[in-house]
Design a protein around this ligand. Sequence first.
Ligand SMILES: *Cc1c(COP(=O)(O)O)cnc(C)c1O
Length: 404
Amino acid sequence: MTDTAGSAHASTLAGTGAASASAAATLESATAALNAWLEVDLGRLDQNLAALRAALDPGVDVIAVVKANAYGAGVAGIAPALERAGVDRFATVWVPEAVALRRLGVRKPILVLGHAFPAEAVAAITHDITLTVHSLDLGRALSEAATARGRVANVHIHIDSGLHRDGVSLGEGVALAEALRQLPGIRVEGLSTHMANADEPDDSFSTTQGDVFAEAAKRLPWVPYRHTANSATALRRQELRYEGVRIGLAMHGIVPPNTPGPGVQPILSLKARVARVVDVAVGEGVSYGLTWRATRQSRVALVPVGYADGWPRHLSNAGEVLIGGRRCPMVGRVCMDQFLADVTDVPGVREGDEIVLLGEQGDERISADQVAEHAGTISWDILASLQARLPRIFHRGGAVELVV
Ligand SMILES: *Cc1c(COP(=O)(O)O)cnc(C)c1O
């Protein structure tokens, strides 16, 4: 049963991982009474995964990175769809994100990339979650939790090869792997690293980091599963793909800078409906601080999306939206829940008309990269900032499968 019109986002099938075409739910009917929403195209998600597989070598695992609510797209819809589409593994950054995946019904291996506490060992064992282990303390806690339950804990070790963010140094990593290997109930399955300049114009530092990683792999030849690549590295550096690649952004149909595109398409659209149209006389201003003033007799449309939804305040007087198939400048400051767009040049705009903030309308398109550029940030930030208040409508070819 889908209560797609509810403002408390009805979740049709949350937790089951199953999809069904609920009676007569089209995008139109599901969004008719919504101020703002996200549309996620699961058909395109499948196509993106297929395009990525075609661009990679056969046999290289796709590890779907679904941290941060699947980059804002909504993990409750994305993760079950990716599992059905046949990704090999999942990755999150924190243990609670991984537990949430299991609660959504995900069965494939789940790797936690980020820091975990020894106190999280029991949860990891209970939910069959693979941790990235940075200390013997964490390894011992996992060993205890695993042996007490008659299980074996797979663990990965992350080598800090030059990013100087997480992980352990080459020497520490080799020693840690050998020590963990001695612990009952522990299987050192994986070795990983992460690139600092993956999508920079000059990614030659990936070669330096790749050499450090190769040395670690050489000293630990018994560790079977190696992974170093995010979307950009996977697509730019064949020699760094190893057994699996950790794909986030490219799955969403966005190609990182300086990276050859494998023919993916954006899966996510952010849309809203005009809440009000108001005339503004020459010299009058709009929104807090009256930072934009009309230089001609103007009409502005009220867009019911704000920085509390994750639409950056940095877009004040800088961004664009699509209304009536035309690009309309955002005018005045972005408020917590709404902002204004200049529709003076779009005839006949009325309450309820569709606004596209991200995605396509008519022949026009606004990409996450364009929004990011206007806001002075990166596309990852635009996606991951999208808040839970926005209903997420998962569909295939316009047929709604799930509303979260
Ligand atoms: C987020 C993340 C990824 C995925 O990066 P994309 O550029 O989105 O593909 C891969 N590896 C690690 C360690 C990450 O934190």
